[in-house]
Design a protein around this ligand. Structure first.
Ligand code: ZN
Length: 355
């Protein structure tokens, strides 16, 4: 007779047990303070879980599986003598079980890796892909709500807004979205585009400009961001995990609601270098279409490439301005640009500058 622990499979508590090896079954008598009982384990339904000189753990039957653990030196030998040739003693089953467990662990790790990669890389990538295919009116409606939310934090300069919109209306613009510009009072030199054609311009950046071609270049750059949906894609990417959650919880309005609720994330958006150079080219195209001096784009960049504090935001969100100026100059050299005076734009510019 051996002493060990009996587990009934329903609780994790081990009960003191006496174990006797009978000719064709193992007999177990267990006992707690409150109750006691006996079990008969028939050999074909026994499996080994651990089988060495110090520790032997055997399992029995189907779920919930009973088990016994014996921490006595002679138990294993006694089992081998008593039940020579029994299935549960063969090491084959044991090694199969071990690889099985190893395989499960490895498989689990692989699955986990895939899940992590999908979550951190796949979800943002998918969200960005989805954002690129938003219907235009959906994106415009979302942009409008976002724009109204963002404007709550600013004071709008109505006179300059009217003048800037007049300047924009005098420009030939190609865009899938109606472009709406708003001038707000802010001493940081910056401007940014929201989804659906809404462009916010700080009055400080207008104050710094000396030629209206710079303004046309800036508008062309921001319209480029709008047209290529950079802010929509970037917001979808950075908010993709919230979006996933809102979709998982069955909130159909999810995607645009998440973007609007996180309007402040607009300020920390960083576009890729490619997004910026593509938008610079869009700015050049707009200048060319309107027969304006393409150098306007370069003047704008040179003016913005400043280390004065009020420029910090622009410089930090538009990295490598030097490289961009070089690229712009190279592009201008390669192409023939024809310029012509544009009285409508000049008048709107004079109005905007209060001259
Ligand atoms: Zn930009």
């Amino acid at each position: 007779m051996f002493e060990g622990k009996f587990y009934n499979g329903r609780t994790s508590k081990g009960m003191p047990a006496f174990i006797t090896l009978e000719p064709n079954h193992i007999h177990i008598v267990w006992q707690t303070d409150a109750e006691s009982g006996t079990e008969v384990w028939l050999l074909p339904d026994i499996h080994q879980l651990e089988f060495n000189d110090a520790t032997t753990v055997l399992e029995y039957g189907k779920f919930p599986r009973q088990s016994i653990a014996v921490f006595e030196q002679g138990f294993r030998q006694a089992l081998e003598q008593q039940y020579r040739g029994a299935k549960f003693l063969s090491s084959k089953y044991n090694s199969f079980l071990k690889t099985g467990v190893k395989g499960l662990v490895l498989g689990g790790l692989c699955l986990l890796t895939v899940a992590v990669v999908l979550f951190f890389w796949g979800v943002p990538a998918l969200a960005e892909k989805a954002a690129a295919h938003f219907p235009e009116d959906y994106e415009h409606a979302m942009g409008e709500s976002l724009y109204n939310r963002v404007l709550e934090g600013y004071t709008v300069d109505s006179a300059k807004t009217v003048a800037l919109q007049a300047y924009l209306d005098a420009l030939q613009v190609q865009s899938d979205f109606p472009i709406r510009v708003t001038v707000v009072e802010n001493e940081v030199v910056n401007a940014f585009a929201m989804p659906g054609g809404f462009i916010l311009v700080h009055d400080a950046i207008l104050d710094k400009m000396e030629h209206h071609e710079e303004l046309a270049g800036l508008l062309g750059h921001e319209i480029g961001h709008v047209q290529m949906r950079h802010s929509t894609k970037a917001m979808a990417r950075s908010l993709s995990h919230y979006m996933l959650l809102s979709v998982l919880f069955g909130d159909a309005s999810g995607i645009s609601a998440v973007i609007i609720d996180n309007a402040s994330s607009l300020y920390s958006l960083e576009y890729s270098r490619k997004a910026e150079t593509d938008s610079d080219k869009a700015g050049l195209r707009l200048l060319a279409q309107n027969r304006l001096d393409p150098k306007g784009m370069v003047w704008l960049m040179e003016r913005l490439n400043s280390d004065e504090p009020e420029f910090l935001k622009f410089v930090s969100t538009h990295p490598r301005t030097d490289d961009r100026i070089t690229a712009l100059n190279a592009h201008i050299k390669e192409n023939k640009y024809k310029t012509a005076p544009n009285p409508a734009l000049e008048a709107a510019w004079a109005e905007l500058k209060g001259e």
